[in-house]
Write a protein that binds this ligand. Structure first.
Ligand code: ZN
Ligand code: ZN
Ligand code: ZN
Ligand code: ZN
Ligand code: ZN
Ligand code: ZN
Ligand code: ZN
Length: 98
């Protein structure tokens, strides 16, 4: 699947091991939770790691919530849970792959 390429312009911070932002594995790359945005490095700049379209995570029998054991990161107006290298967001009774 192709993801949209949205460069975060004017990003003068370099994410890394000790930068203080929550880092987590997202598929084949690392995302950093940065002020409600999720940033991934790309060719020397940072992209907004945004989902392309609506992808329902099927067969999800786990309920994410406080204390569920997964890392929760704020993503705009909702929360994503880091789940086995995916980001899951609650949506209308199911979870989306974000
Ligand atoms: Zn950072
Ligand atoms: Zn950033
Ligand atoms: Zn990502
Ligand atoms: Zn969970
Ligand atoms: Zn999300
Ligand atoms: Zn999940
Ligand atoms: Zn959905």
């Amino acid at each position: 699947m192709t993801s949209t390429h949205t460069e975060h312009t004017g990003h003068d911070h370099h994410h890394g091991d000790a930068c203080g932002h929550t880092a987590f594995q997202h598929g084949d790359h690392t995302d950093f939770a940065h002020d409600g945005h999720l940033h991934r490095e790309h060719s020397g700049h940072y992209d907004e790691c945004e989902p392309s379209g609506h992808v329902v995570c099927s067969g999800h029998d786990h309920e994410h919530g406080d204390g569920c054991g997964h890392v929760a990161v704020r993503h705009g107006d909702h929360v994503d849970y880091v789940h086995d290298g995916h980001r899951h967001a609650a949506h209308a009774g199911h979870y989306d792959d974000h």
